[in-house]
Design a protein around this ligand. Sequence first.
Ligand code: HEM
Length: 448
Amino acid sequence: MTRRFVPPHPPRSRKPVATWRGFFGERARTAVYGWSELAFDSWYFKRNVLGHTVHVVLKPEWVQRVLLDNAANYEKPRLVKRVLGPTIGEGLLTSDGELWRAQRRIVAASFIPPAVDALVPVFGEVGEAMAGSWQAGVRDMAVEATSATMRIIAAALFSGDERLTTREAMDHITAAMEGVGEARIQVLLGLPLIPLMRRGRRGRRGQQFLRRTLGEIVRERLREDAPDDFVTHMARALQDRFGPGQAIELATDNAATFYLAGHETTANATSWTLFVLSEQPELQERVAAEAREALGSGVAADLPDRLPLLRAVVEETLRLYPPVPRMDREAVAPDMLGPHELQPGDFVSIWPWIIHRHKRLWDEPDAFDPDRFAAAGKEQRHRFQYMPFGAGPRTCVGARLAMAEALTILAIWLSGWRFAPVPGRQVRPSGMVTLRQAGGLPLILTRR
Ligand code: HEM
């Protein structure tokens, strides 16, 4: 048997880790840090985090109850809304009930397969322009992936508005995302959301920049001569449904939601895939050959369907490094998850990070094996043991777009360049909300 590549994960203690540790050191910066071996072999455990009861649910059947069968009983936690509210308000990601349903209906049309497939050439143009500007040598591929997905989301949903793709915009937006980690701790401690540290203050400025710029764009889109794109459709549909005042606020919330949710996660998926391929040169060669062949017939709508090996590699990467490593809910009414009783106000925490590496669900859970996602492997899995895009009614509305985008840019990059690790450099996961590489991902690029 060939030895499988086991990519790095944070160290795991044998015994459970005390909850208070979550507020200090690496655990306060990295959500996936500080889990014990036991967590990856349990179906459930309960924690008390500063007076909040948190049920960590890892059994697929119980996850299914929370995310699908009894989904109406589990809302986005008020606490999460407080942390994210200043940036993304009551947009699709952070609303519930009728407000959520109305918004989901409005945006869904922009993400149906034909609408997404029509965007593949846009993904291709950005991917090609970037790969064409590189020189051989060391390059931070996390920065490149973020820059690509930021340009793509601006091009695909905002008609390429230049206010969203400048260096200043990129810095502000990165700062806004990083500020969220600090806000989370303040909210848990019941403190007002005043940014105390430098990171928090930069985050606040970034968030203000984003709201101001997107607010301007939304107002422009409600005029007659606006371009025919996602933001214009969304802003006008919201105006019809909610009236002009609330529509501007909600359209800005959703513009921020889609801008942020739509690029950082896909950038992480792309850079983690480059990382695992940089560590497996033989597999990288096979993927590059497939990409060259598929690109021979051009960057057309069906390109993502002509890359089965690359797709399996990306799916396996999303298992080991899910860009959204946790999802939280708050119970509205009492419920039972198996023998476990939940009270209104309790939190349910669902961790793709743990479920995707669970010892009772996967064979060699930490090993990289794209064959798991080859056509034959799929049947044996429970639907709720693999959910990089979430599941149930709140599943990621941009999942198809994200996959098509990642596959297109990766195919273009891998067909023109070879990616190798920088000797001696360790890669480790980091991030409170999304999972990225600590300190970026410098790789050595050589032209093919
Ligand atoms: C690899 C890339 C991506 C990953 C891993 C990802 C992951 C997720 C996950 C796990 C959720 C569910 C969260 C929960 O249930 O609490 C979600 C929701 C969402 N995602 Fe994505 N996402 C990605 C790309 C995108 C893109 C490209 C867009 C937009 C263009 C997007 C927009 C959204 C929105 C708006 C929601 C909220 C949906 C709702 O609540 O109805 N995502 N995403």
